[in-house]
Design a protein around this ligand. Structure first.
Ligand code: MG
Length: 390
């Protein structure tokens, strides 16, 4: 049976890698709907090459520009929608079997939740969904008997290693972290780290926020929270280990002392294919890993003193959903303020800590509650930064 695919975030790097998988396996996957955001040129090419039934763009204006270009090119198969409602249509189209969730932000959250409620299998590529609305999404997934398959490389690795035993037999899991650009930077220098230094990631070229989140290790903190939710583990059983080679994508330690690790190329097409094909493993020679290139693997514990964001993430994970929402919202505002030169590098964790301290702990009962808590935490972070009290 050909699986019918919806991609939320089709013009981003995960979206493009997903299309590359669909191209390599035309007998397995058929692209039927796309949510594309603001990049009209790439969206136009995707409509031309894939002829989706629906594409959704960020705004009405962008949508009408794309619709005009498609008409002029004689491409009349694709309906162009826009906004969150458009993205929800893309995710819930009746014929869709599998939704790749790779949109950061509100539109991605609402559409992913709607897709779960519509019974679609989900390939989860954004951390935000699990960090801010994990309990709601998991509850809906249980109710509608929906599988959530992680695409983030660490969680994908854990998912693979979890097939080696029962959940009750797991002692703890280990998420690997590259350590970022300041892995070896002395503590005394952290206060003076500039945006230009923080934007230089040693191994990955990524968006600005996630690059800074890697430098502070908040990105790993979000992954800890996501892992607690996805694998139903308490924070104490989700550990982080710094592994500069980024070859082992994560590990699962069982109670009998066995540790299973997943090793593969650092190519996002691999976890995407795993999620899309699960529980099968299709042959993919282009993703082969040459074991002979592997000379050594280093693992060391992260330094909590230099990376307070990691501690804050564990505290939020212990504290509950509203703290996790505040953590994500405050981080986004603080990172933007750091990049604008308004606060120092260590002002990021200081802002987040103040927002967490000011956040009431009431669990959200709906996606609307999540969005309201998110906005309240953003406002709180802006006030703290405006007072220049970090
Ligand atoms: Mg990751």
């Amino acid at each position: 049976m050909v699986k019918k695919i919806a991609i939320l975030g089709s013009t981003g790097s995960i979206g493009q890698s997903t299309l590359s998988i669909c191209e390599s396996f035309p007998d397995r996957y058929n692209v039927v709907s796309l949510a594309a955001g603001r990049n009209i040129d790439v969206a136009f090419e995707q409509c031309r090459d894939w002829r989706p039934r629906i594409i959704s763009m960020a705004t009405e204006e962008i949508a009408s520009q794309l619709a005009k270009r498609l008409r002029e090119a004689g491409l009349n198969d694709t309906e162009v929608l826009y906004g969150t409602a458009g993205t929800v249509c893309v995710a819930t189209l009746p014929e869709v079997d599998f939704v790749v969730s790779a949109i950061v932000g509100v539109a991605g959250l609402e559409a992913t939740y709607a897709a779960v409620c519509a019974g679609k299998t989900i390939g989860l590529a954004t951390k935000e969904c699990m960090v801010t609305a994990g309990s709601l999404i998991l509850e809906a997934a249980r109710k509608h008997n929906v599988a959530l398959l992680p695409i983030d490389s660490e969680h994908n690795a854990v998912h693979q290693c979890m097939r080696g035993g029962e959940t009750a037999e797991v002692k703890q899991i280990w998420l690997t972290a590259s350590g970022g650009p300041f892995r070896n930077t002395p503590a005394a220098e952290f206060e003076r780290i500039t945006p230009a230094q923080a934007l230089k990631h040693p191994t990955w070229v990524m968006g600005r926020r996630i690059t800074i989140d890697s430098a502070t290790m908040m990105n790993k903190g979000f992954e800890v929270i996501e892992a607690c939710r996805l694998f139903d583990l308490p924070p104490a059983k989700v550990r982080v280990t710094v592994h500069p080679q980024s070859t082992v994508h994560s590990l699962v330690e069982y109670v009998d002392g066995s540790i299973l690790a997943q090793i593969s190329v650092t190519d996002m097409r691999l976890p995407i294919l795993y999620a899309m094909a699960y529980p099968e493993r299709p042959s993919a020679p282009s993703l082969a890993f040459d074991l002979a290139t592997l000379s050594h693997l280093d693992f060391s514990p992260p330094d909590p003193a230099r990376f307070p964001c990691l501690r804050l993430a564990y505290e939020a994970a212990e504290s509950g959903p509203s703290a996790c929402i505040a953590l994500n919202a405050a981080d986004e505002i603080a990172v933007a303020a750091f990049l604008d030169g308004k606060i120092p590098f260590l002002g990021i964790p200081r802002t987040i800590e103040q927002v967490l301290n000011a956040t009431p702990s009431n669990a959200p009962a709906s996606i609307e509650d999540v969005l309201a808590a998110d906005e309240a935490a953003r406002e709180c972070a802006r006030e703290i930064i405006a007072k220049a009290s970090v």
